[in-house]
Design a protein around this ligand. Structure first.
Ligand code: ATP
Ligand code: MG
Length: 388
């Protein structure tokens, strides 16, 4: 049986004059993301996008899984393609919906006839197909008011389409319509979730990771790449910049007062991240911070961190509890990778008593004990680039 996927657009239908741009971008993203699965024709008409495989042996389970992770899609259905002949339509509907009908108790049939040359009217098609299904599946009742499933039969110019099960889409808006931003990614639970959440709002991602070998290992870096690969199933591909951060961290350890270690390190991260962001057309930074989670995530600490950069910093997890963040990390399948125990540069040289209410002037005075500009330039010049 030949299948296609019918896609219902999400929030983009609200976008007024920009709507065409959003739709075009979504179609482009769908084509791009389906590319590794095989060639498809993607057609957009009247707010329904139809995805048709060119070859009959295309893996449509893979295609459906891929589509369930593309932002900008409210819902989608797999549909069976059938010749426009009422007997063939009845038979095909029965075969195609066998699995679905074993899980439901009631149904109704809705027909849509856009090919007006088809010899049956919409109510006639519904009656014919409904009667056939009722006989074939006597344990499933007809219920026109509140059915478990609506079986849709569409008669279009090129063929008839039969579908019933509606799957929830990933929601959000198409990646790329919201500009570009850089996610500061650690190996933890929070930052991959933050990346996913901003991609959902249409942001194209670039990733920045700070590594401090030999205090952090090659395996810790690989773990971050693995996390980004999971995120990229939603966000599309991205570039990861790994920043050599050891010298700056050692300077902080050697020259600054211990209680300021973390806050100064975070300021250097922001300065470096902003430089990498600006070189790569990113208009904002993203972090996985959540208010009050650790000492460096109090209002005062965040104010001192933000002071180090001028572009906006998005913190989509700021008001979320750890439990809520974990729930999303399980959904996007990053949780099991995140909990693997590898060290992060944030966990080397951690102070016993970090300042939770740092005063900006004092932080800057401490920071100025280091001749940091050449070290920052050196770190930016020596970033390692990995394509995810
Ligand atoms: P996560 O679970 O994302 O590691 P966390 O709760 O452990 O977050 P911190 O270690 O304080 O929090 O880091 C806060 C944020 O700083 C992270 O969410 C991330 O955006 C950024 N960050 C931390 N470590 C790194 C790193 N090695 N490279 C890049 N960004 C980092
Ligand atoms: Mg961390």
């Amino acid at each position: 049986m030949k299948e296609v996927i019918l896609i219902k657009l999400g929030e983009i239908v609200l976008k007024g004059l920009n709507r065409k741009n959003f739709e075009d971008r979504l179609v482009k993203n769908i084509k791009h993301r389906l590319h590794p699965i095989g060639p498809f024709k993607v057609k957009n008409a009247q707010s329904i996008i139809t995805v048709m495989p060119i070859f009959d042996d295309t893996d449509m389970d893979d295609a459906a899984d891929c589509i369930s992770k593309i932002f900008g899609i409210a819902a989608f259905s797999r549909a069976c393609v059938c010749e426009k002949d009422i007997e063939k339509i009845k038979e095909t509907t029965g075969k195609y919906l066998e699995g679905h009908f074993s899980r439901i108790k009631s149904f109704k049939v809705e027909a849509k006839r856009s090919d007006k040359k088809f010899p049956f009217t919409s109510p006639e098609i519904s009656r014919e197909v409904g009667g056939y299904l009722a006989e074939l599946f006597p344990e499933v009742a007809v219920d026109v008011h509140n059915p478990d499933a609506v079986v849709t039969v569409e008669i279009r110019d090129e063929a008839a389409y039969i579908h019933s099960e509606v799957h929830k889409g990933a929601g959000g808006i198409p990646v790329g319509t919201g500009g570009k931003a850089a996610i500061l990614i650690s190996g933890g639970i929070d930052s991959p979730v933050a990346a996913y959440m901003m991609a959902k709002r249409g942001i194209e991602l670039t990733a920045i990771h700070f590594a401090s070998p030999p205090y952090t290992s090659q395996r810790a870096e690989e773990k971050v790449a693995e996390l980004l690969k999971k995120v990229s199933e939603y966000s599309g591909r991205m570039t990861m910049y790994t920043v050599p951060f050891t010298k700056l961290q050692e300077e902080i350890r050697d020259k600054c007062h211990e209680e300021y270690f973390t806050i100064i390190m975070r300021r250097f991260m922001m300065i470096i991240a902003q430089q990498i962001a600006q070189k790569n057309e990113c208009q904002a930074l993203i972090t996985g911070e959540s208010l009050g989670q650790v000492a460096s995530q109090t209002i005062g600490a965040i104010a001192c961190t933000d002071d180090a950069c001028t572009i906006p910093v998005f913190r989509p997890l700021i008001g979320m509890d750890k439990g809520e963040i974990i729930e999303i990390s399980r959904k996007i399948d990053t949780f099991d990778i995140s909990i693997q125990p590898y060290e992060d540069c944030c966990t080397v040289f951690t102070p016993k008593h970090p300042r939770t209410r740092p005063v900006l002037e004092n932080v800057i005075a401490e920071q100025n004990r280091i001749d940091y500009e050449p070290l920052i330039n050196e770190a930016v010049e020596n970033v390692k680039i990995t394509e995810i």
